[in-house]
Design a protein around this ligand. Sequence first.
Ligand code: DX5
Ligand code: ZN
Length: 251
Amino acid sequence: MVQLVPSILSADFARLAEEVAAAERGGGTVIHVDIMDGHFVPNITIGPPVVASLRKATKLPLDCHLMIENPDEFIPAFAEAGANWVSVHYEACRHLHRSLELIASHGMEPAVVLNPATRVNLIRDILPMVHHVLIMSVNPGFGGQTFIEFSLDKIRTLAEIREELGLAFKIEVDGGVAHDTVARVVQAGADLLVAGNAVFGAGDAERDARALLNAARQAAGEVGRKRAPGRHQKRDAGAARPAGAAAKRVR
Ligand code: DX5
Ligand code: ZN
């Protein structure tokens, strides 16, 4: 089932606990935390102390996206702060296998992130180690950027590789996920939808999270029918109809 992962990068940092609570009421089930160091990306955000504060403010899993050089140096501090999922960039890790093992050894779920220009085939061999792969659909560093269209092909390719290898990792997509892109992102095969500006940008995180998740679920229903044509008709001819009708309404 598709999950909404609100990114606090676009939230009001002075009201972080309230913003997170609103996004959760709207259907967010994981909180995405963008860690930037001003070196790997041209922006600076937050570190372990804010993760520790967030840990006290929500029970939802904290998905820490490390956009930093030398991530291995900071992995123990994020574990200590209460991070649940930690993703490191393929482009920032000299020894990616070691970094993923380090994350797992601290009891967290390891994940790898690919920049838009990095091909998915490069990570084939380490896919059995990861909880999820994060496909960046913008260049990392800022919220509110335009979705890069060829990311859809990368999501599809990764979904095919997952099928071919018989693995169960999740596919997460981050950057420009909003009302105009979410259906295509879901239909391409994404399971975890990171959204910053589309959830927090207009100041009503509960309403906007709910609307985005509803659009994603409608699209996920379409994926189900396309992938398994006729499957529902045989067992329960009526089951497919309401989903179809609902999907039409949102177009
Ligand atoms: C960008 C961050 C994203 C960011 C996405 O480098 O990794 O998580 O919050 O923002 P939107 O959803 O606004 O594109
Ligand atoms: Zn992110």
